[in-house]
Design a protein. Structure first.
Length: 274
């Protein structure tokens, strides 16, 4: 089961998140027929999105992460909401991420969305996410995520995030840094212990004095035929009828869930009450 565990530790000065997103990545592998490289890149981004979605405050909150390699050969996008519905897709994973940029859009449903960006340091989502938090949000954040693939299946995905809160004392900064050394090979630790086991093994004493929150992210797209109808209708009856005559149908593809929505001539007429 996918799980995100959140707590305040080290005198309530450090935010701790522990994730197991193995099933989330396996769902993405099945939906998009991902190879190992694609699964690792997209799986890392889905894990990052699950973490960020778990930090949203508003019920209407949403977050998206988009990465593009410098040479344009690879791009990926993931998004999630306060309910933990996470989805994503990747194009051109074969060449990996060669430089480029990461853009994050956070919308807590209250004010204008926050948009932040940073350069990609590597294929490693952990490094890129730390860079993003440092450059765009000015929050010191340690991230250790990993995705482990065997025989086309994800056997472990997830990791640990420790984020310093304002006013963190130096001794607690050092303690957090020392704790993060246990997750250099994050996927191996997740495979061995899972999220609950990581809490028990490394954070039991620290979490014993505070409330631990559990969230359960899942791969779920928010598209529907009704929503796609709302996309097609503005094209107008004449334009849609023309497409049907030329192509036999109107087809709209959702990249996130790899679903094609098809509209026949009869479907188009029905949309416009004809």
């Amino acid at each position: 089961m996918n799980k995100l565990c959140k707590a305040l530790v080290l005198d309530n000065e450090v935010s701790l998140s522990v994730l197991d997103t193995t099933e989330l990545v396996n769902d993405a592998i099945k939906i998009h027929n991902l190879n190992e490289k694609g699964a690792k890149i997209l799986g890392g981004l889905l894990t990052a999105c699950a973490y960020m979605a778990g930090c949203l405050k508003s019920d209407k909150g949403a977050v998206s992460i988009t990465v593009k390699s410098g040479d344009g050969s690879c791009s990926a996008s993931v998004s999630g909401d306060k309910d933990g519905h996470i989805r994503g897709y990747i194009d051109g994973a074969e060449g990996g991420l060669k430089g480029g940029s990461m853009t994050v859009i956070k919308d807590d449903g209250l004010f204008r969305p926050f948009i932040g960006a940073c350069e990609l340091k590597s294929d490693d989502v952990s490094e890129n996410l730390m860079q993003y938090f440092h450059m765009s949000e000015q929050v010191e954040t340690a991230v250790a995520f990993g995705v482990k693939i065997k025989n086309g299946k994800c056997v472990a995905a997830g990791g640990v995030v420790m984020q310093l809160l304002p006013g963190t004392h130096e001794e607690n900064m050092d303690a957090a840094e020392n704790l993060m050394q246990n997750f250099v090979h994050a996927a191996d630790v997740v495979e061995k212990l899972g999220a609950d086991g990581i809490l028990e093994e490394y954070f039991k004493d620290l979490c014993g004095k505070t409330t631990t929150y559990f969230l359960f992210p899942a791969y779920k797209c928010n598209c529907s035929r009704k929503k796609i109808e709302g996309v097609v209708i503005p094209l107008g009856f004449d334009e849609l009828e023309k497409i049907v005559k030329e192509q036999g149908e109107v087809s709209v593809h959702c990249h996130y869930c790899n679903t094609d929505y098809k509209f026949s001539e009869r479907d188009i007429a029905k949309l416009f009450g004809k």
